[in-house]
Design a protein around this ligand. Structure first.
Ligand SMILES: [Zn+2]
Length: 589
């Protein structure tokens, strides 16, 4: 990084430049006939009244394009007088050397008017730094952090040496930014101190990569640096209330303050949804207050979109449902697994609700935030109390559908309508409510003993059960439930396939028990009774379609992914209510 003579232009304006030979950057050059005018920058200010004298002795045309850094060894400042007609001071450069060409503007200099009063109050002497140009990045000696902590609100261009302490309330993911001259890694975060003042800090290049793994939301850090880190804020990118922001540089000292619970991220007003009800939220974005039940640390997964990292925080609340909150890929960097402890209450705002296989999962997105150690909200105490006294007496469901008392009529369709849908090649998912009319064949088969193998076995002439896939010959086999059945409602019927989990819900037993009952069929009618009983109950069937081709014809198969007995009386009421709502809605239009 290049050290420009920061603040030099304000020093010139206030007539305070004795013996300084500044290093400035030329932002552009313009020929004015006999002279050349430059616009120069000191990194903080830019000034456009810089005149080369004599112009022809300097061949700095390339500076027009090149953003040259120049070391000025001789100059004169001509100030306005009542008689010379000047309105601004002129900076007349008599001798200078080109240090090197830069590819772009350094920093974000503010245009100086030439009037020292415009920038009065900023002590430029404090801003003055060495006029030496270090062509290679200087690695400065680290600060020894002071014992005292500066309030974040006091950070300004005056802060020659500062130490702040605060909690990370926001953090970006590590990303590539493209400037005029190059592409680089960047990461920024916001620190809030105990007074509630916030400031934005940015890291670039290797510094960003270093801190990407360590700066996580909710942890407390003590950070010390110098005024080279301080810059005026760019309101377009900065949501904090501070007028300055900080660059984390190579010499900035960043230390984690462990077990600090006195600095909190302010928790916004949450619109809490209990975990059992997340399926009913139409926006699919929820605020959750839950107990951490289990943490699955970051692991890599193969997905269709390549390798992805994933961290899971399993949450549980008074509604007796357990649901994972999943952080994917770059979001895994925003927190560390050690921040989540079993039995701890966390507040989550703005998580997405996704329908995954047979249940719901929560996922972290760019707008989601997690709050730890929230002491001043009643929910924290209530949930901890529930955890110790009520939870042990409850059954905890890991599947939200178990908690749905009745299916949502708006998300349920008639079989006849579903048969008319044009699904095309794609799989579709919907719910129907109906009965099992007929079970086709037996609802189980004999399978290979290998639990990972689901192949059917056949009996050979030696009375051995043979799995052709595993080339396994055994005297034993295991029962696996799998059923073809016709389900029906008032509109029609359709053949569906049901698998182990769904069958066990229907028969209320496992496959081994069902198989044993079948074996005793001749002595007892229990098996027959069980089969007959299945047509008595109403179920909600969550169906997923699968299109297959057979002898040139396309068939749509219905696989039941989830099944739940329902109370027909309650469901009928819900349907009537939905009909009334729809009638009212269309009557109004
Ligand atoms: Zn096998």
């Amino acid at each position: 990084m290049t050290e420009l003579s920061r603040g030099f232009i304000q020093l010139m304006a206030s007539d305070n430049v004795s013996n300084i030979q500044p290093t400035l950057q030329v932002l552009f050059a313009k020929s004015l006939g006999q002279t050349v005018r430059w616009k120069v920058s000191d990194g903080i200010y830019s000034y456009d009244q810089c005149i080369l004298d004599p112009p022809l002795s300097y061949n700095y045309d390339e500076a027009k394009y090149g953003y040259a850094l120049i070391h000025i060894t001789d100059y004169e400042i001509k100030r306005p007088t009542p008689t010379n007609g000047l309105t601004k001071f002129k900076f007349i450069v008599k001798s200078c050397d080109v240090v090197r060409q830069e590819k772009g503007m350094i920093g974000n200099p503010v245009k100086h008017t030439g009037d020292p009063k415009t920038f009065e109050g900023i002590n430029v002497n404090k801003l003055m730094v060495s006029t030496d140009v270090n062509v290679k990045s200087p690695i400065r000696t680290p600060f020894s952090p002071k014992g005292t902590i500066d309030p974040i609100k006091d950070i300004s261009l005056y802060s020659t040496s500062w130490t702040i302490e605060g909690v990370v309330s926001e953090r970006s993911v590590l990303r590539n930014i493209v400037t005029e001259t190059k592409e680089m890694k960047a990461m920024n975060f916001v620190l809030i101190d105990k007074d509630g003042s916030d400031i934005r800090l940015s890291c670039f290049e290797d510094v960003a990569e270093t801190w990407n793994k360590k700066i996580v939301i909710g942890k407390v850090f003590k950070i010390s640096g110098d005024n080279l880190s301080v810059k005026e804020t760019n309101a377009a990118f900065n949501k904090t209330t501070h007028s300055f922001e900080l660059n984390v540089r190579r010499n900035t000292v960043v230390e984690e303050v462990v077990n600090c619970h006195t600095i909190q991220i302010p928790v916004p007003q949450l619109k809490r949804t209990k975990l059992a009800s997340i399926g009913a939220v139409k926006s699919k974005v929820v605020d959750i207050i839950g107990l951490v039940d289990k943490v699955v640390p970051v692991a890599e997964f193969k997905t269709l979109k390549g390798d992805k990292r994933r961290m899971e925080i399993h949450l549980i609340d008074e509604s007796c449902v357990k649901i994972p909150l999943t952080l994917w890929d770059v979001h895994c960097d925003l927190y560390s697994a050690d921040q989540f402890k079993e039995g701890q209450v966390i507040f989550v705002s703005g998580a997405n609700v996704n329908d995954f296989r047979f249940s719901y999962v929560l996922s972290y997105n760019y707008n989601t935030r997690i709050y730890f150690d929230v002491q001043d909200k009643a929910e924290t105490g209530n949930l901890k109390m529930w955890n110790s006294s009520v939870r042990p007496t409850k059954t905890i469901h890991s599947n939200c559908f178990d908690m749905v008392d009745i299916p949502d009529p708006y998300h349920t369709t008639l079989i006849a309508n579903a048969l008319d849908f044009d699904f095309g090649e794609e799989a579709h998912s919907f719910n129907v409510v109906g009965k099992i009319q007929t079970i086709i064949g037996e609802p189980f088969y004999r399978a290979c003993l290998h639990t990972y193998c689901t192949k059917k076995v056949y009996q050979n002439e030696k009375n051995h059960w043979v799995c052709e896939a595993c080339d396994l010959h055994t005297t034993e086999f295991r029962y696996v439930m799998r059923m073809s059945a016709v389900i029906g409602d008032l509109s029609g019927s359709k053949k569906v396939s049901l698998f182990e989990n769904e069958c066990s819900r229907i028969f209320k037993c496992d496959s081994e028990t069902l198989g044993k009952l079948y074996e005793k069929e001749l002595e007892s009618d229990e098996y027959d009774k069980l089969i007959k009983k299945t047509s008595a109950d109403y179920y909600m069937f969550k169906v997923k379609t699968k299109t297959s081709d057979f002898e040139g014809k396309s068939y749509v198969n219905w696989n039941v992914q989830y099944i739940k007995p329902i109370d027909l009386g309650k469901y009928t009421k819900a349907v009537n209510r939905a009909c009334d709502e729809l009638e009212a809605k269309y009557a109004l239009q």
